[in-house]
Design a protein around this ligand. Structure first.
Ligand SMILES: NC(=O)c1ccc[n+]([C@@H]2O[C@H](COP(=O)([O-])OP(=O)(O)OC[C@H]3O[C@@H](n4cnc5c(N)ncnc54)[C@H](OP(=O)(O)O)[C@@H]3O)[C@@H](O)[C@H]2O)c1
Length: 334
């Protein structure tokens, strides 16, 4: 590919304080500095991408910006010894798609320290069906395990279960042998069969989850993965079993936490925060290697739908409306 050959990218601009999103032709010469140029096969759509594309929450501050916090593809040009031309690579996080140009582009130039080699058991499509959401789900599972969670020891609750992180967390925990309860918002009965098909043992959707809990509720879960925050996380904490642990990674329901310290000081409950964006390289590689081993044979078609770059704005609005199901792989060449 020559430096002035055009390729397609989705570009965010700002007009009168409003974020605009459109397809543009770019050339390699226009890409930012970096030691590795990647021919992108796929990106994906995460909650943060939806925020960026819809201009919600000032995720993007510098314009023009190519969004897309994930990408998977093949090295096209490189001065990094660890990533010679032809290496299949994956990139998630590191503020790519927020502060640095990201994956919604047929070609992108990045820093080699942001990359991980494609893990055994995965291809670039599977890697993006997993993406930041799935990596985060695995990092949450690793936190639960580090706190002593084991299959057969009780029920693990996943909140925001039909979303991207939630869907992969349900499927992953079920594959690892855990008994999984999937919490969904009321009125989302249509996703119940989907969650059972991913391996949930039960689907939960009580109206009480929209209320602030008592300081201590009945003990129901041995562990939990929370993608929702706010009253939902407060209720998870109040209803964990003695010594239980919740891995908290999301704020789909709000960034507040309206609870008390009672679960911590009377039940020894633990709250483990999970961040995938700045997660150190060694832990990322460990998580991706496990995803390749445990999750590589998952029937991805059940969880992930494929869309083109031009469909991203419409899908982003759907995610922001809070009624997503599963994952979207973005075929940047489709
Ligand atoms: N810490 C990290 O590194 C990291 C990485 C990835 C994502 N995240 C965060 O994790 C969260 C989920 O991300 P995602 O990509 O899975 O998003 P997503 O696909 O949009 O899923 C979010 C799910 O949360 C539930 N939900 C949405 N609004 C809600 C509300 N008001 N109250 C209760 N439940 C609500 C819905 O599931 P149900 O209908 O099934 O309840 C929805 O499908 C986001 O906050 C995201 O920013 C964090």
């Amino acid at each position: 590919m020559k430096h002035d050959d055009p390729f397609k990218a989705l570009v965010l601009t700002q007009e009168d304080g409003r974020t605009q999103c459109g397809l543009q032709d770019l050339t390699i010469a226009q890409l930012p500095a970096g030691d590795v140029t990647v021919k992108v096969d796929y990106s994906s759509l995460n909650y943060k991408d939806a925020m960026a594309v819809t201009g919600t929450g000032r995720i993007v501050r510098d314009f023009p910006m190519v969004p897309g916090i994930d990408l998977a593809g093949t090295v096209l040009a490189s001065s990094a010894p660890d990533y010679p031309v032809g290496t299949p690579v994956v990139l998630t996080g590191w503020s790519v798609g927020e502060r640095f140009w990201g994956g919604y582009s047929q070609v992108q130039r990045v820093r080699s320290e942001w990359l991980v080699p494609l893990a055994d058991g995965l291809d670039s499509y599977k890697a993006m069906a997993i993406g930041t959401a799935g990596l985060t789900a695995m990092l949450c599972v690793m936190e639960l395990e580090a706190a002593g969670a084991r299959p057969g020891a009780g029920t693990v609750l996943v909140t925001g279960a039909s979303g991207g992180v939630g869907s992969v967390a349900v499927a992953l925990l079920a594959r690892l042998g855990y008994r999984v309860a999937a919490l969904v918002q009321p009125g989302r009965e249509a996703v119940h069969p989907y969650l059972m098909s991913l391996g949930a043992a039960e689907v939960i959707a009580g109206a009480e989850w929209a209320e602030v809990p008592k300081p201590l509720e009945n003990q129901r879960w041995t562990a939990a993965i929370d993608t929702v925050g706010s009253k939902v996380l407060a209720r998870v904490l109040a209803s964990l079993e003695y010594g239980g642990v919740v891995a908290a990674c999301g704020l789909a329901g709000g960034a507040d936490l309206p609870g008390t310290v009672m679960p911590f000081i009377l039940r020894g409950v633990r709250l483990a925060g999970v961040d995938s964006v700045m997660c150190p390289a060694a832990r990322r590689r460990e998580a991706w290697a496990r995803l390749g081993r445990v999750y590589g044979e998952t029937p991805f078609a059940d969880i992930a739908a494929t869309a083109g770059l031009g469909q991203v704005p419409q899908l982003a609005a759907r995610l922001m409306a809070g009624n997503n199901r599963g994952r979207y792989v973005i075929d940047v060449n489709g």
